[in-house]
Write a protein that binds this ligand. Sequence first.
Ligand code: GLN
Length: 556
Amino acid sequence: MCVKILIITDVETKYIFVTGGVVSSLGKGIISSSLACLLKARGYRVTIQKFDPYINIDPGTLNPYEHGECYVTVDGHEADLDLGHYERFTNVHTTRANNVTTGRIYQSVIDKERRGDYLGKTVQIIPHITDEIKRNVKLLGQTGNFDFIITEIGGTVGDIESLPYLESVRQLRWELGKNALCIHLTYVPYIRAAKELKTKPTQHSVKQLQEVGIQPDVLVLRTEREIPSAMRKKIAQFCNVAPDAVIQSVDVPSIYEVPIKMHEQHLDEIVLNKMDVPVNGEPDMHQWMHFLDKLHRADKTVTIGLVGKYVELQDAYKSINEALLHAATYNDHKLDLRYIHSEKLNESNVKELLRGLDGVIVAPGFGQRGIDGKFVALKYTRENDIPTFGICLGMQCMVIEFARDVLGLPDANSVEMNINTPDNVIDLMEEQKNISNMGGTMRLGAYDCHLAADSKAAKAYGTTDIKERHRHRYEFNNDYRERFEAAGMRCVGENPASHLVEVVELPDKRWFIGTQYHPEYSSTVLSPAPLFVDFVKAAIEYHEAENLENVAECNA
Ligand code: GLN
């Protein structure tokens, strides 16, 4: 891809809406992120926001089985996991304003009604809810910080709960004229028995959109197989869309190839042209291509095990998966990520289930279920000096397991698991003690952390002062700190203001580090998380030093 000098023209804020039809899970988030990535590589200031049609105020109280991982923004918002994609593709932080739910819209309207803002009026979906949606859509645009605001509308066209959003998009398109554009993502299934791709679901989905008054400008067709150009022309004709604006999104091995595939079909240029923005040269994708090049060239494999209880659902650990992939790629290795169900791990099968792993991650989480398997895994990796990374609950488990086995405190625990534990090495944070509401009340968002200069963690970051994102209620109990340090577990990272312990490590092991924070949230394609890169590097070194063979996946 050739690189030309970018000329940024003065543009008014442009609003791009991304809707989806036919089925869910088509990857609206990836298409939105890919377009944002291309526009950013053209020098524009871009952000992506997601409007979710459910009633919860945020996904923080949702079980991962319901909604996958809960992502956390730097300003402490518990957000939809698509915001993770937005950050990974654009390298730009999102905030609370980037994720709005129906619950938040209604809460704001009801608060206004109680204040008397609508005095004398009947409060209705149209115009009050739709006005509130429109106000929220434009919030980030009004900061003056962005040239393009991409708005992903959650759900699928035709859902009852999506209707107020679509009505708002319809009105905004009318009000914003050339400064608004609608991209509709649909599905073109391949019917194996008939050996045919089928366009009818797409036609129906566009018709549904047209029925609510929205004419899409661009169609992106998600498909398993190449869609012949004659078929795309037919779709263009039936759907009133320009033939060059019917783009296919064929399955690719990595989501990070999607921006390139979209650019090959000129998605960025089509959008700019339609919005009357001059197309100057080509996007500067050389750093992105460098990553893809490494991804494609890697021929050796690093095998990492993830011990957690939501292993049936890969979206539950989305940011960890992606951070590991970034780290493996920058270490010139392919990633073989194996999920190990913590509920199935026990002393008699641990050796077998962790066989062939170059490194082990113990996952974040909540509650008692699966916790014993985490302790078993940690004892095994500690005693066998296998590179180990504990994240949030994983770090807390490192502390508990060490207290039980090395400090000789057999009943040590977190008060989350046992309120009456005699050795509360993990305790409820002071400021959490009077909290009764579950939603949005954890220690959330980015906090400062100071690292001991001689720690492995500081070496990995290349600095002693960092800021990482948190999502927890419990913490390392500083009353036990001296005993841990004397026995060899160092508290090498702490918050300078509160002295909360943020990082522990075992310096005499190859790589045994636990973080109370979640470094995975800040790993992006262009800026991988340093601790993940260092952990994977240690795993590769362990593999080479021990002359380990790549073992085929067992029954984990
Ligand atoms: N359950 C633990 C706490 O609330 C850890 C949370 C997590 O892993 N995100 O402190």
